[in-house]
Design a binder for this molecule. Sequence first.
Ligand code: SF4
Ligand code: SF4
Length: 369
Amino acid sequence: MTKVKPEFIDQVKKLGAFDISACYNCGNCTAICPLSNENHSFPRKLIRYSLLGIEEKITAAPDLWLCYYCGECSDTCPREADPGGLMMALRRWAIRKYSLGKIADLFYGRISSWLTWIILTFVASLGIIYFRNPHPDTAQAVPISFIGLDFLHTAGLVMGLFIAFFALAHILIMLKSLNKNSSLPSRSPQKLLTSLIKVITNEIILQKRFRDCSESDRYLPHLALFWGFAGLFLATILVFGADFYGFPEISRLFAKIMGIIFGLILLYGAGYFILLRLQRPNNYSEYSHPSDWLFLLWMFLAGLTGFILDIFKWLNLPWPTYIAFAFHLVIVFNLLVTAPFTKFAHALYRPLALWLAGEEESPSSETTT
Ligand code: SF4
Ligand code: SF4
């Protein structure tokens, strides 16, 4: 029997869907949505479920991850009910719902979100103060003489295991929820594999569905945000590989070049979305939750402190380099350790939902093939 939770809509409203009660179910939003189709029809269906409080149907629907928040439905809603804002709020709600031990709740409360980030910053700063070398090289700027490589290596491995554990747990929780959805396509292992490859190329690497949203000027910045971060992550692995796992020395040069290119790309992507949220054109991001701001700010600051660190190092200013390095590490720690519980997690949930929903092709690919 389907359980109804009347209080559900109030929970989602607190996460940003303030105007959704004005909806009178005309269906205009679904008709106009460039990504909705007969198999996955949204946002109207999810609006009905939300207003009725049928939580089970929402957690079992991959549809909330198929929306890229272009805002077109909100721009054209005759009741100004902001259906795009509801989709965004439902994703915030789902990140909390899929979180092991409800840890993600900490990042979505109005006060607890800021408090949690402050505590994490404090803990990371204490760690750096405690594990720093009190006598770093002061004749020349060598960041690893300030924080030893062994510490960085161990901390990196522990953090990697922590993230992998929670990411896996959250995937399993999401799968369990989606499993209740009998309308998901059942496919042979071979088709599932082909679909997975398409999702990885079309949606993770090229993000074609985002391009299909009408506000396609956000496509390149969104791609930049993803690739800027992914490129810097790969550059860090190259440096670690050279330091610990016998990668050829040329890896360092590659890492340096990648660091500059992907750092600039990350600053462009994160900077663009910060400005967009400040300007709030049309109905896009009418409301930004603290979790949206913090995700973008940490991304931007991760790129910025990386550059500042490199500039000080290049100018051979030891103490400014070490201080910039400490700031950089704190920001990267905050960004990574919270990834499974914050907006960052959509990078995991969305491809998974697309794959299970059999939506590996973007609408424009479907019409051209
Ligand atoms: S959100 Fe707006 S466009 Fe969508 S069904 Fe409701 S009233 Fe119609
Ligand atoms: S925000 Fe865009 S992608 Fe999302 S439901 Fe509305 S029209 Fe569709």
